[in-house]
Design a protein around this ligand. Structure first.
Ligand SMILES: Nc1nc2c(ncn2[C@@H]2O[C@H](COP(=O)(O)OP(=O)(O)OP(=O)(O)O)[C@@H](O)[C@H]2O)c(=O)[nH]1
Ligand SMILES: [Mg+2]
Length: 278
């Protein structure tokens, strides 16, 4: 197993980075990233939750900013999982196929609403013979990405099984689920529309958000992972606020000037992330 971290050193400095080297400019998220299609999306809102915005403004996000959110990427062999992750983390594309053996991971750092936040992205092998190694790493996923090849309908059909395998190792309703169609550059026009329509249908069954991407051209790769990071971050902050001793959380800017905000137990807060508003 080869595990390595990716540190974005020497890139442009962000506005506020208390820990470690600065994140690169294109990992700074200031407004809530949009979905790919409203027909299969987890949340149809355009802004951060108001309590999250307030907490971020006051630098009162608790441990959420220090956490690594675990993202697990699964799907058939050859669909392009490694290529997708390498396009995001290294901005490269390799046309030669090198099968992933077992698992690998990358850490990608973001700054969301002024708070540092990292995704730990687990790349798993699609080959059957490595499945038992890879499945040992499914536990504790906050985000599940099920990938398929837009040009190969069989790989789409297999995503349900991949999802079930990961969900078996995680608490029901605790994960954000994404269905991602890869190799978008190989399809266009009616063929692309047809493949996407089938995927959107399945995404709704899986309670997943749908995205089409291309690791080759880079199309939608940053936008997709920004969306993943923002949803995971928001959930982490809300969970942190809810965990505090009383239902009232103190929000301050560190100089003793405290504001009290209510953390109501709303339906929205209780709803599992996979059951968004659409
Ligand atoms: N045209 C095109 N080819 C791609 C794209 N993404 C991946 N590929 C190619 O598809 C092949 C498989 O890609 P990988 O990323 O290695 O696939 P994988 O899902 O990680 O495979 P396993 O590790 O065996 O599970 C490689 O030859 C890639 O160059 C893409 O967006 N467009
Ligand atoms: Mg791979």
């Amino acid at each position: 197993m080869e595990c390595h971290h990716v540190l974005n050193t020497g890139r442009m400095r962000s506005s506020w980075t208390p820990l470690g080297p600065p994140v690169s400019q294109d990992r700074i998220i200031t407004s809530f990233p949009k979905w790919y299609t409203p027909d299969a999306c987890l949340q149809l809102k355009e802004h951060f939750h108001s309590q999250v915005s307030t907490a971020c403004q006051h630098r009162n996000t608790g441990t959420a900013g220090l956490r690594l959110s675990k993202v697990v990427v699964v799907g058939d062999l050859y669909v392009g999982k490694t290529s997708l992750i390498h396009r995001l983390c290294k901005n490269v594309f390799d046309r030669d196929y090198k099968a992933t053996i077992g698992v690998d991971f990358e850490i990608e750092r973001f700054e969301i609403a002024g708070i540092p936040y990292s995704l730990q992205i687990w790349d798993t092998a699609g080959q059957e013979k490595f499945k038992c190694i890879a499945s040992a790493y499914y536990r504790g996923a906050q985000v599940i990405i099920t990938a398929f090849d837009l040009t190969d309908v069989q790989t789409l059909e297999h995503t349900k099984q991949w999802l079930q395998d990961v969900l078996r190792e995680n608490e029901a309703g605790s994960c954000f689920i994404f269905l991602v169609g890869t190799k978008k550059d190989l399809l266009s026009g009616a063929a692309c529309e047809q493949a996407e329509a089938e995927a959107v249908h399945l995404a709704n069954e899986m309670q997943a958000e749908y995205w089409s991407v291309s690791a080759k051209t880079g199309e939608n790769v940053k936008a997709f992972f920004s969306r993943v990071a923002a949803l995971a971050f928001e959930q982490s902050v809300l969970q942190d606020l809810e965990k505090r001793p009383s239902t009232q959380s103190q929000v301050g800017d560190g100089d003793g000037d405290l504001i009290r905000i209510e953390v109501p137990k709303t339906q929205e807060n209780k709803r599992p992330p996979g059951l968004g508003c659409c």
